[in-house]
Design a protein around this ligand. Sequence first.
Ligand SMILES: Cc1cc2nc3c(=O)[nH]c(=O)nc-3n(C[C@H](O)[C@H](O)[C@H](O)COP(=O)(O)OP(=O)(O)OC[C@H]3O[C@@H](n4cnc5c(N)ncnc54)[C@H](O)[C@@H]3O)c2cc1C
Length: 373
Amino acid sequence: MGQIVSRPDVDVAILGGGCAGLSLAARLAHSKLSVRVIEPRAVYTDDRAWSFWRTRPDPFEGCVRKQWASWTVEGVAGKVMRTSSQMRYQTVSAGAFYDHASEMIEDGDGNALSMGVKARAVTRTGSGWLVDTDAGALTAAAVVDTRPPNRIPAYGQFFLGHEIETERPVFDPDTVQLMHFRPARSAGVDFVYILPFSAHRALIEVTSFAPHNPGSVVFKKWLEEEVAVLDPGKTKTIRTESGALPMEVGFADTVPDGIIRMGLGGGAARPSTGYAFSRIQMQADRVANALINGGPLAMGLDGPMTRFMDRVFLQVLRSKPDRGPALFQTLFRNAPRDRLERFLSGSTRTADRASVMASLPPLPFLHAAAFPK
Ligand SMILES: Cc1cc2nc3c(=O)[nH]c(=O)nc-3n(C[C@H](O)[C@H](O)[C@H](O)COP(=O)(O)OP(=O)(O)OC[C@H]3O[C@@H](n4cnc5c(N)ncnc54)[C@H](O)[C@@H]3O)c2cc1C
């Protein structure tokens, strides 16, 4: 008599339907695997804009709202403008991203997005996993956990932004103001970021790279002042976004062996910037490939040399925040066109990393600044 083996409810359970969970589900949508995404939000809203330098294709290219070929970094040492012939700084609207991913999941066979459902404990069973949720339990052969990180990082990127529409044409629609440094209001490095959608419309964000969040009172006042300085006339706020992103080498939650951790909690944020969208797309490619084709899964996104550079760089920011603006300006002034942007997007090419290293003050100097005897 043959033994009856119970099949799991789904091949893959994805905990969390945010950027990482949906990026993975979109890649699995037309595979033979059945997928269930568990997401506590009852509805998606256009709650953020993901901006990044595109270095590779992904399923969300149709969700790009605008792209730019020029960006500036400005501080006491003047303004650096970089223009690229090839690379584009792009913005993906979260609203379009959520819609597109939800459609792809619906179109695929055996896939489902369970909205309004929270995942709780995950326990191992004989052949896979039991996922407890507030809408009952389900079994899965594989579990990918993309829920927010459990721990608070020692250093991070904190920001508050408004997308505004102005009466006067106060923005240059062709150039992103990437980092315009300001005297510090936090315990770290402070700058303003402006993503111009037109001469009358932009996302304007006040940002701190700091050991802790300066708080909403500081951010609100600072943002109001930055908008007022533009002399915009009557201003309408379209939407607000805020965040706290880890900037820490090796930042990732530990999970039980066998569970795949993705997204911010899986170390997706670039330690020296907090940017995560491009690296989440890299993680999603790798995880999808491993789940569809089998084989080993390497989740590490940075080699030892990149980790060393990030560690020294972050230590300088932490211990000598007043040197931060000059450090970024030096990088953006000296690094060869496109290489710095590729490196910041997560490129593992030796040539990109080498030219970024060559554009910084010598590492021993940085090291001495960061770790004084
Ligand atoms: C406002 C904002 C703007 C950003 N802008 C940029 C940018 O311009 N460029 C860039 O590179 N990065 C940016 N980031 C950083 C990063 O890309 C985003 O935070 C990204 O959304 C991280 O993806 P994630 O999947 O790890 O987390 P999320 O997208 O937050 O997804 C986590 C999901 O888990 C769900 N969840 C929570 N609890 C449970 C539970 N118990 N069970 C199941 N699911 C649960 C949440 O509802 C959420 O949907 C931004 C972040 C924020 C907050």
